[in-house]
Design a protein around this ligand. Structure first.
Ligand code: Z5A
Length: 210
């Protein structure tokens, strides 16, 4: 009788700008692979694929788009990657994903006139993560990090609204991470949560957003 192949976990890192998600996600993937847990770093927006080229121009303020069109483009960017992501997870590869649908909703709904439930609609059907680690940094700690760049959304007031929206999106798969810690200490905390999630999810079916 064929034994069931364990699937990879799908773990998302979310948080405001400069909260340290990318640093931790890449560090973690190195650690997992060195310890024979096959894993891959993925990030959204993926600026290397078709929809991502337009998103890159939009974020660098080279083009303007209506808020709704920009929102749908970010979602389309996830749908463009979806077949690859699903296949990797089924093959047993754990994905550590730097921003996902929750960024899509939290950032778009921080704009005037954008309804949070409308923003979630195009995400329905995409793979649902097994865990979402929310990197939280208070404003004082954030000021100590390197400054904002010139991209769209890199303003304190806007980031505050994004943080409020994250709170509205939380359910039982979310875990708050106090990101005001040095990189190595944070790495140990994140690693324990991720290993635990990989073990718990490996024989559960991958869920989808409904
Ligand atoms: N967006 C959207 O609107 N809709 C969507 O659907 C999606 C995204 C998916 C671009 O994202 C924008 O797109 C983003 C959301 C929006 N806008 N904003 N703001 P991106 O992926 O291109 O960029 P980002 O995610 O914003 O990167 P980031 O937030 O700037 O970085 P981070 O990943 O949180 O942090 P980091 O790069 O790991 O670290 C930042 C700095 O802090 C760096 O100098 C590190 O060396 C330092 N650092 C990291 N960790 C520490 C600790 N622990 N202590 C001290 N210093 C640290």
């Amino acid at each position: 009788m064929a034994s069931q192949i364990p699937r990879g976990a799908f773990i998302v890192f979310e948080g405001c700008d400069r909260s340290g998600k990318t640093t931790q996600a890449k560090k973690l993937v190195d650690y997992l692979n060195k310890n024979n847990i096959p894993s891959q770093f993925v990030n959204f927006p993926d600026r290397t694929i078709s929809t991502g080229h337009i998103i890159d121009e939009y974020l660098r303020k080279k083009i303007e788009l209506p808020d709704q069109a920009a929102h749908l483009l970010f979602s389309a960017n996830r749908w463009e990657r979806e077949p690859t992501l699903t296949k990797l997870i089924e093959q047993g590869i754990t994905l550590i994903c730097d921003r996902y649908s929750f960024s899509g909703v939290a950032f778009s709904a921080a704009k005037e006139g954008m309804d949070i439930s409308w923003c979630f609609q195009p995400e329905k059907g995409l793979p649902k993560p097994d865990a979402v680690l929310l990197f939280k940094l208070n404003e004082e700690a954030l000021q100590r990090r390197k400054g904002f760049g010139d991209e769209r959304y890199e303003q304190t007031d806007f980031q505050r609204k994004v943080a409020e929206n994250y709170e509205k999106l939380k359910d039982n798969i979310w875990i708050d991470i106090d990101a005001d810690k040095d990189i190595d200490t944070l790495g140990l905390i994140v690693k324990d949560i991720v290993i635990d999630t990989i073990k718990k999810s490996q024989f559960n079916p991958l869920e989808r957003f409904v």
